[in-house]
Design a protein around this ligand. Sequence first.
Ligand code: AMP
Ligand code: MG
Length: 488
Amino acid sequence: MINFDNSYSKLPDIFFERTMPIPVKDPKLIKFNESLAKKIGLNLNKDKDLSSAIFSGNKIAEGSDPIALLYAGHQFGHFVPQLGDGRAILLGEVINKDGCRFDIQLKGSGQTAYSRGGDGRAPLGPVIREYIISEAMHSLNIPTTRSLAIVTTGEMVSRETLLPGGILTRVASSHLRVGTFEYFAASEDLTNLKLLTDYAINRHFPNLKNDNLRYQKFLELVCDNQASLVAKWMHVGFIHGVMNTDNTSISGETIDYGPCAFMDSYNPNTVFSSIDHRGRYAYGNQPNVAQWNLACLGECLLPLIHSDRNKAIEIIEDILGDFENKFKKYWLNGMYRKIGLSDNKENNYILLEELLHLMEQDKSDFTLTFRYLSDLVENKNDNSNFKQQFLSKNKVDSWIGKWKERLKEENKSEKIIKESMLKVNPAFIPRNHRVEQAIYEALNNYDYAYMERLVQLLNKPYDYQPDNAEYMDPPKNNAQNYQTFCGT
Ligand code: AMP
Ligand code: MG
């Protein structure tokens, strides 16, 4: 049973289109996230047929009011006045025992009014990819939409070739995006823009509800959440890949796992997406893009923030101008923790910069370098795993010497420093070749055991798991040419 408590579908009709999922031929539930179901308060009695029917869209559960959401968005910098859920349907919302509200959405559930010629479907490969990576992000303590279920449809989806179809059930604290605001702002619909903003405030920042300055404070908080989110991506080498404004969530969750991927060798210019030719969404450019996306939100909120346009611009510019400081604060804080230092001394910054520079020069693996640095705190061994990540051994020795001196000034035991570092330097990330292998086994051999194993080990990314040691490693042939696709 799902206790739906829908709020978005009670907004005026212009916000969405009532749309039923299009039934599929032979739905089979191949993955269900029990712990997430429990967290959001679902009770489905382990009836697999019923779950297959509900999470394929073949059966509409009582209380569900399926809608496709309308939004606009800047894609690669170009404004598209109408996008919307072209292959997703919001089944409804639930509230858990802690009072948290969640959207339950099907992705790949057939055409909607916003499909713009697309088939509304999703191949199974990208569905598995989103499941593995979004759940890994959650376990890495990064705010994200979650994955509740994967259903295979028994139908083929036509892309460059015919591919087996899948449907992902996505759980989000909402699907409000910068693009949702852009839709109403661009159509100069001030009434609904205000309604939307008040809805977003009630849902995500209820403390602001009766505040006279609520619209500017709303912008401030969204900026803060994005600064913190993108800093967290940077700390684990995550590249979103398609940070369009329609993929920028107001709640501060990572959303829309299309061409995202984790970086192996450290290089700020890393891009995996096949269509990101200019590196707009490269690893190192993510904070700039986040700020650009927030400027789009600021522009939308202008008429709500102040009736005097110039005053509104001044307020918005101040808020957006502060993004850089906010980001830097979050980023540095996390980076210092990664190298075992706690405060913000000038020397620490130089030490951090030096390490990143060496890593870039020697193409060190981003994840392993920090993980093995954690082990080095107590290790006196000269030929450490950490050092193996570098070619210029002399330079790295000199860096280690300076770092160890700085660690002494922390006035903490080595054990405590190491423990704290291991909590922020994961051993396991969803390595691209491993994710591909999971998809390959599922698609070619109908074998989901590999996916299952990957999901399980990524559930505890900070734990030492000797049985899974080989999953820590980057691909042997260093897959620099790995490409990801939006064509999901
Ligand atoms: P995305 O790049 O996944 O954020 O998608 C951008 C827009 O294209 C969204 O409005 C999607 O709903 C839509 N879209 C993507 N794939 C499809 C598809 N297969 N059928 C219909 N719409 C799609
Ligand atoms: Mg999207």
